[in-house]
Each structure stands twice: as C-alpha cells, then as structure tokens.
Write a protein that binds this ligand. Structure first.
Ligand SMILES: Nc1nc2c(c(=O)[nH]1)N[C@H]1C(S)=C(S)[C@@H](COP(=O)(O)OP(=O)(O)OC[C@H]3O[C@@H](n4cnc5c(=O)[nH]c(N)nc54)[C@H](O)[C@@H]3O)O[C@H]1N2
Ligand SMILES: Nc1nc2c(c(=O)[nH]1)N[C@H]1C(S)=C(S)[C@@H](COP(=O)(O)OP(=O)(O)OC[C@H]3O[C@@H](n4cnc5c(=O)[nH]c(N)nc54)[C@H](O)[C@@H]3O)O[C@H]1N2
Ligand code: SF4
Ligand SMILES: [Mo]
Length: 840
C-alpha cells in the first residue's frame, strides 16, 4: 500500500486505452504528458498485446524504462458520465522533457477531481451565491442573472470605470488562449475596462516593459540554446525548483559537457567546451548546488550580490565589455541603435559596482570574461541570458531588465544559436485579447484604488489576492469591510425578490460597499469575501491551448468531465456576456446591449477559432485538428505556414493556403525570433537603453531597509505550486510544509532564541505574518527567505505598496523584524530539517 495514497495495486494500462495529448498545466516549461483512459471495469495484462507499452511486463524492466507509472500518476475519474481509470504520465517523445516529470507535474492525475477516490473534493461544482448569511448553491441562470443585473445597474449609473476586474493573462490552468480571449473579448471588446489588473501584479501592464521597449520580445530563443551556449547567465531564477525540466533536460546536459555533438553540428570549427554558468542571486539556491555538482565548482560562478543591486552589476559588465572591445561590432552596426549613448549613460567602474553590490571586483570581471571574452581563434563566445522573478519583482525592474538586455545585445547574443535574453517564465503563456491600449501607461494601480474606496463591482478570475498581492494586509482589511457592507445589505432582503436584492446591493455600493464575483476552481481566500462564486472547469476537463517558454504551442485534450456544473472560463465569460446583453436590452439600453453580441460560442473550440485563429500572428494556420496531430511537440510560435505531413519539421513553408489544406498538414513554426537581425520596431532595429543606477527606486524601500533588521527575501520551492490552491487538503504538501518556511542563518536564530520549526512572526510597518523557521547554514546573516503566497502565512502581508513608475511591484526587496511566537507546534514535529543540498 503506498504511503497515504491508499493504493495497493495499480492497473496495467490496456492496449486499447484511449491516449490524449497533455501539457502539464503548471509551470512555463510545459512538459509533455500522455493521459490514458479506459473503462474502470477492466485492466490490461502483462503480455505485449495486452498492454499499452507493447512489452512483456512479466519481465523486469530496465532502470530508466518508460513502461511504468507511479501512484501519483493514477486516478479514477468520470468521462462522459462513466468511471474510467486515468493515468497521466510524462511523454518520453516530448522534446521538452524527454519523459521527465516533476513533483508537480507527476501529480496531475492524483490532483484531479475524483468522487471515487476522494481527491480534490474541494472543487467547486455549482455556482454559489450569498443567501441567508452564507454561500449557497444555485443554478447558472440564477447566479449569472444576479451578476449581470448588478453589473449592468452599476455600469448604467457610473460607467464602465466602476467595474473592476482581476484576471489571469497566462497559459496553462486558469488561462490559455481560449480563456484569455473569452475574458478579453468581454472586458476589452464588449466593454473598455480600464480598472483591470493581472493575476500577479496590481495593474494591467507588462512585467518586462524594459525589453519590449527596446524592440525585443522576452521569449526569443529556444530551449536548445541552453544546450548550445558557452555560458549561461541566470539572473534571479531558481531554475531547478521553478523551471525544473528545462533545467534538468537542457541546462544540465550542457553543464556536464554532453552536448558537444550538437554544438559541433551547429558551429563547425568553433572550439567546443562544456558550458559555464554565472548565477546572480543574493541567496545560495539548490540550483547553485546542482550546477556545482554537475559542472564542477570551477565552472560555476555564484554572484551573491546585495539584494536589488543587479542593475549596477550589468552596467559594469556593459562598460567593461565595451572598453575591452568584447562586443559584436557588425551586429551593433547593422541591427541596433543608440549604442554609444547607452555606453555613455551607463558608464560605471568595476570598483563602484563592487561597492554597491558587495561583490569582489575579481568576480565581476570573471563573470564578464566568461560571458564576452572571445574564444581561442577569435570566435564569439555564445552566452544565453535568462532571468525571472529575482529581476522582474526586483528593484527598478524596468531599467534592470534593460541593463541586462544591453549586455546581451552588445555581445551579439540575440537571435543566434546558443544565445537569447529571455524570461525563464512563470506560467505557460496563452495571451490573446483585443487591444488594451485604452488602459494607458502607466496603468491604473487597481489595488490602491480599491483600498481608496473606488470601484463598485469586482470580477476576479482565477487569482487570489488575499494570498498573493503586495500590501496584502491592508488590502484584506479594506476589502473585507467593503464586501461586508454588501453582505449585510443582502441579508436584509429576501433572496427571491430580485428587484429588491439588486436595489439593496446598489444602495450598499453607494455607501462604500463592493460587490465581488469570483470565478475559480476551488474555494479561495478572496472568495470568502465574495457574493457570487462561479465554478470553472480546468485543464484536462476542457480542450486548452497555450505555449511554453520557447513559444511551443500544444493542445491539451479534454480527457475527463469537469466537476458538477463547472464550465470552461471562456464559456463562463460568454454566458456572462449573453446575460449582460439581455439585461441591457431589458433596461432599454439597446446600443450597449449590441456590444455584447458575438458570444454565441458553444465550445471552447469556438472561442479558439474566434480568438487565436483570427487575431494572432500565424493563427490562420492553427486548428485543433492540426495541433492534435502534432502531439506533445506541437510547433513554435509564430506559425509561418503549412507543410505536408511527413516532411521534415522546421523546414520552410510550402506556402499552401490554409483553406485548401487538410488537417493532415503540419504547422511550420519559428525556432528563434530575430534570427534575421530584424527587431520589433519601425526601422527593425533594436535600441540600447540608458539605464543608470539610482539606488532602491520604489518609494519607501530604502527607509524600510534602514529601519528593519532582516531582508525578507521570498519566492518558491519545488514541491509547492503557487499559492498551494490544490494542496490545501493534500497530505503530501501540507505534511511537508504545514506552515510556510522561513530560511534563516543558524546564528541569527540563536540570537533570537529560536529552534528549528519554531513559529515566528515577521513584521514591519506594512503588516505582519507568520512562518516556521528552517535553519539554513548557507543563508547569509540577516537575510531570510520565506515561501510566498502560502495559505497558513502570507508573505505579501509585509510587502509594501511601493512600485516602479509603470506600477510593476517590488515583492523581493522587503525588510522586517522577526520574533518568536511559539515552539514548534505538533504538526511540525515530524519534519526533517536536513539540508536540501546534495553531493556526489
Ligand atoms: N510576495 C510575493 N508575492 C508574489 C510573488 C512573489 O514572488 N512574492 N509572485 C507573484 C507571481 S509571479 C504570481 S504568478 C502570483 C500568483 O498569484 P495568483 O495568480 O493570485 O495565485 P495562484 O495561486 O496562482 O492562484 C491561482 C488561482 O487560480 C485558480 N485556478 C486554477 N486553475 C483555474 C482555472 O482553470 N480557471 C479558473 N477560473 N481558476 C483557476 C486557483 O484555484 C487559484 O485560486 O503571485 C505574485 N505574488
Ligand atoms: N515549484 C514551483 N515552480 C514554479 C512556481 C511555483 O509556485 N512553484 N511558480 C511559477 C511562476 S508563476 C513563476 S513567476 C516562476 C518564478 O520563478 P523564479 O523567479 O525562479 O522563482 P522565485 O523563487 O520567485 O525567485 C527566484 C530567485 O530570485 C532571487 N532574488 C531575490 N532577490 C533578488 C535580487 O535582488 N536579485 C536577484 N538576481 N535575485 C533575487 C531569490 O533568492 C530566488 O532564488 O516560477 C514558476 N515555477
Ligand atoms: S517542470 Fe513545470 S511543466 Fe514540467 S512537469 Fe514540472 S511543473 Fe509541469
Ligand atoms: Mo508568476
């Protein structure tokens, strides 16, 4: 019997099991999986013709066989109303992960809704409305009518600016092209909503305006570039834990020196070495540890800089490379502009950068030497630059992003094999929406407007600000007060009297109340404040498309029924639009009602064909049928044409017209962006940026740093996906982390009288929260690292409201004090506090 999973025997996948393409719906990497389903009344056998693997399972399989699956990859679910066995296992033939799973993706099956096996019974199955003092189930018609009437009444009286929206903009679960189009067409097409924010930041903007404004999209290379690079530069990304199989399947082979054949095939006579890696992170991560073990310490340079000082480091590299002439002059000449201006504006000495960053001058020089010094024989060194939340949610985000791109551009590393200057990524991507130009730049700071009493109705799609926003304590305090005003008013009228109910709600709004609607797959913390909760279907329960960090687009096929009455988000958006149209017509606003036409979709495929296929670059070549045929490898966006099936992938387009083509034709994609040296600007040139250092930029951060003793660095860990929304009732994760950990140096703990597992309070002028101590000998003194977004202790409570001039938040630079609350409680006593570092 597997530990706590209550499985004594796993059924053999029969030869006739249905096979579905699946892309892991968690992180950006988008590993390929296959879902196998078959009737729950039978299983396959050990003979080759009786099982899906076609092998003799009565014999011992080799150690890295693909002919097995783990208990976490198994469940019993409903498919078209019938019980079926479900196995979701990594696909060996997917070029992204080559059969690797991760502690998140390898659990897709057991994290599915199953009444048969009691997994994810927390899932929302019916629309819920606030009725008689609590949330009660109801029909879609009833719930949508209430939402539409209140929303329409508010818009009719106060205009669209009174409708506030929070919505994901990503791919994977709680996203995807279908669902971003559904929500986008509703809020940016039928309406022009201005007070809207994205799931992970308090405004509607880009995380990476910096690179985009230089003419360079942030996902410009392919995963193979990590196998071809001479040097990988990893900034604020803990890739082993957060982009796991990209790291394991594409970085590690190069760091081990096992990609030489690929390099020789690509680069011919250039000297070929195993890769070296520069890691920029104030903290020693397990990624640093893994690189040291796999590449040897001599090939790893960890620059543990002072928090938030990346910008000046990059400017020092840029200055040094320019001085030495370690730059790609012909590329700079042909494809860029403003190089000389940027060199002058960003000039900084290695000595000055060393002072600010706390690094040694020698290490700064060593890094740029690894990045840019020409190889023996004069060949250009190929460097790949990868960054994520340590930069994106860091100090002076816009300019720091630009300062890094400056270095990549100057060294000729964009659009070339073994190069790229890219986001590592968070979720997969899946953005398809009408123009957001009306939102403006800088966009509205939605959280602060809500805190300031603005907004009448709030629609929240698949995000939980109570756990994940900044200044979260203040946000929750005000949000609860405002939504309670509406709840109290709703309690005072009979639910069945719709006119009286809508009047009571709008009167309460006039008194500072806020009417809140949450669309999610499980009950959330912010959902507790809401008046209507609508149940969404998610990946695997609907057909869903998205792309990964190398723009690889695939279709995850529906392999099971959604729980109860839940529906895909795009169809919820469409039904909401239908109801708004009806209500506006009823109240005599025909012109407004007409704007909500065009939402007659019956399926998610209708939403896809209305959105992606019509509006995205190359979308005319992309259909569900073609994606299905292209399996877990799909194609890399943008699509450029079609070719006959059986032709070599990656070839050039035959120019076949999409109309004349059959579903058998393959979609031709784009391996790297900007391979032709042309960028996203009017003249096709990328521009260098002036990005001089200006200290801790966000208002209040410097003062906070001076006032409080500990850096409260924060982020992720391998086992936990995001705010643990699927894990709250799950033993695997909650057993390991009943409380969010806070990594602390053991000497700091001794000073504060703390032992391992003790509960501590973290506090500053923004708020307070709690965590469990995790002694970490490699942690620097006074530098703590806390798990973010956790249900039993929200790190965002102590993050200030300080943002940059484009309203991009700065979660990482947070300072606070720490004090003991209690000895390790019972739920913590069984935990291991051993180091997570490994040695070989
Ligand atoms: N302090 C601090 N704060 C941070 C960060 C940090 O590093 N430090 N990082 C930020 C980042 S990068 C991110 S991405 C955010 C995450 O912030 P959120 O997006 O608010 O957090 P998630 O846990 O990803 O919440 C996703 C919600 O979507 C729901 N969901 C899942 N699938 C579906 C679906 O198919 N349909 C619908 N409708 N809902 C679905 C889940 O149940 C869950 O409630 O946090 C940000 N906040
Ligand atoms: N296991 C797991 N994987 C995930 C997720 C998850 O929840 N769990 N979430 C996904 C999502 S939505 C996202 S956005 C990504 C995030 O992926 P990452 O960005 O890799 O994750 P984080 O842990 O938020 O932050 C990365 C590192 O930034 C460092 N950092 C902090 N301050 C600074 C600084 O001033 N400079 C530099 N250079 N580094 C700094 C932190 O020490 C941390 O090690 O992960 C994705 N993958
Ligand atoms: S690395 Fe990311 S995409 Fe791959 S299995 Fe893990 S969570 Fe899923
Ligand atoms: Mo993210």
């Amino acid at each position: 019997m597997t530990y706590k999973r209550q499985i004594g025997h796993l059924p053999i996948i029969p030869a006739d099991a249905k096979e579905h393409n699946v892309v892991c719906h968690y992180c950006i990497v988008g590993c390929g999986y296959k879902a196998y389903t078959w009737d729950a009344r039978y299983e396959g056998g050990t003979a080759p013709n009786q099982n899906k693997f076609g092998v003799d399972l009565s014999k011992q399989q080799e150690s890295d066989t693909g002919n097995w699956y783990a208990p976490s990859m198994y469940n019993i679910v409903k498919q078209n109303g019938h019980d079926v066995h479900l196995v979701v296992k990594p696909d060996k033939n997917c070029v992204v992960n080559s059969g690797l799973g991760s502690p998140r993706g390898a659990r897709i099956a057991e994290m599915s809704y199953s009444r048969q096996r009691n997994t994810q019974l927390q899932r929302l199955t019916d629309p819920l409305v606030w009725r008689y003092g609590q949330m009660q189930p109801t029909s879609w018609d009833d719930a949508l009518d209430l939402v539409a009437r209140v929303t329409a009444a508010v818009i009719a009286k106060q205009g669209e600016d009174a409708l506030f929206v929070s919505a994901y903009d990503h791919g994977g679960a709680g996203g995807g092209y279908e669902n971003t189009w559904g929500t986008g067409k509703l809020y940016f097409g039928a309406m022009k909503i201005k007070n809207i924010r994205i799931h992970n930041r308090p405004a509607y903007n880009s995380e990476v305006h910096g690179t985009r404004d230089m003419g360079i999209g942030e996902l410009n290379n392919c995963y193979e570039d990590a196998e071809l690079a001479d040097t990988i530069v990893a900034v604020g990304t803990n890739a082993l834990e957060t982009q796991t199989n990209y790291f394991l399947n594409h970085w590690i082979p190069n760091l081990r020196g096992s990609t030489s054949d690929k390099k020789k095939a690509e680069f011919g006579n250039e000297p070929v070495d195993r890769a070296r890696i520069v890691i920029v992170d104030p903290r020693r991560t397990v990624t640093v540890n893994a690189c040291e073990v796999e590449a040897g310490k001599d090939n790893v340079l960890h620059l543990a800089l002072n928090s938030g000082t990346d910008l000046i480091l990059f400017n020092a590299w840029f200055t040094y490379a320019a001085d030495k002439g370690w730059i790609d002059k012909s590329f700079i000449q042909a494809s860029t502009k403003d190089f000389d201006k940027a060199v002058a504006a960003n000039k900084v000495s290695v000595a000055d950068a060393a002072k600010v960053t706390g690094l040694s001058e020698a290490d700064i020089v060593k890094a740029i030497t690894w990045i840019a010094e020409p190889k023996a024989g004069g060949a250009r060194r190929r460097a790949m630059f990868a960054y994520e939340k340590g930069l994106i949610w860091g100090n002076d985000n816009y300019r720091t992003n630009q300062a890094l791109v400056n270095v990549a551009l100057a060294t000729g590393n964009i659009g070339r094999p073994g190069g790229g200057c890219v986001r590592m990524g968070g979720h997969q991507e899946g953005y398809s929406r009408p123009s957001d130009a009306h939102v403006g730049k800088p966009a509205a700071y939605v959280d602060q407007l809500l805190i300031g009493g603005k907004g009448a109705v709030h629609h929240i799609w698949g995000c939980d600000h109570y756990k994940t926003t900044l200044n979260a304590m203040e946000f929750k305090k005000v949000y609860k007060k405002r939504t309670d005003i509406v709840k109290d008013a709703m309690n005072a009228v009979p639910y069945g009297d719709r006119n009286a109910m809508v009047k009571a709600i709008t009167d309460a709004i006039a008194k500072g109340g806020l009417f809140a609607v949450n669309i999610d797959i499980v009950p959330t913390k912010i959902g507790e404040a809401c008046h209507v909760v609508l149940p969404a279907a998610t990946s695997g329960e609907m057909n869903l498309t998205s792309m990964n960090g190398e723009r690889r687009m695939r279709l995850t096929e529906r392999y099971m029924d959604p729980p109860g009455q839940s529906m895909p988000d795009c169809l919820i958006a469409a039904r909401l639009a239908n109801n708004l149209e009806r209500v506006f017509r009823e109240i005599g606003k025909k012109d407004v009602a007409d704007k909500f036409k065009g939402f007659d979709w019956k399926t998610e495929e209708d939403a896809f064909m209305d959105g992606y296929a019509k509006h995205e670059k190359g979308g005319e070549f992309v259909t569900y049928a073609r994606l299905r045929a292209m399996g877990t490898n799909g194609f890399q966006e943008p699509a450029t044409g079609l070719e006959a099936a059986g032709a070599v992938a990656g070839g050039t387009s035959t120019g076949a017209s999409p109309a004349a083509s059959s579903d058998q034709q393959k979609i031709v994609g784009t391996k790297r962006l900007y391979a032709d040296g042309k960028f996203n600007s009017k003249d096709g040139k990328a521009s260098f940026a002036a990005s001089a250092w200006r200290g801790l930029q966000a208002p209040g951060k410097q003062a906070e740093k001076e006032k409080f003793r500990f850096l409260i660095n924060n982020g992720r860990t391998n086992l936990v996906w995001q705010s643990a929304y699927l894990d709250v009732d799950n033993e695997l994760v909650m057993d390991r982390w009943p409380y969010p950990f806070i990594e602390m140096n053991p000497s700091d703990m001794t000073e504060l009288g703390l032992k391992e597992g003790d509960l501590v309070e973290i506090y500053n002028d923004n708020g307070s929260t709690q965590a469990m101590t995790l002694p970490t000998p490699t942690a620097k003194r006074k530098q703590a690292f806390m798990l973010f977004g956790y249900p039993t202790g929200v790190q965002g409570n102590v993050v200030s409201k300080g943002v940059n001039e484009l309203i991009v938040p700065n979660y990482k630079q947070t300072w606070g004090n720490i004090r003991k609350i209690a000895d390790a409680p019972e739920g913590v006593k069984h935990l291991s506090f051993k180091s997570s570092e490994y040695v070989t």
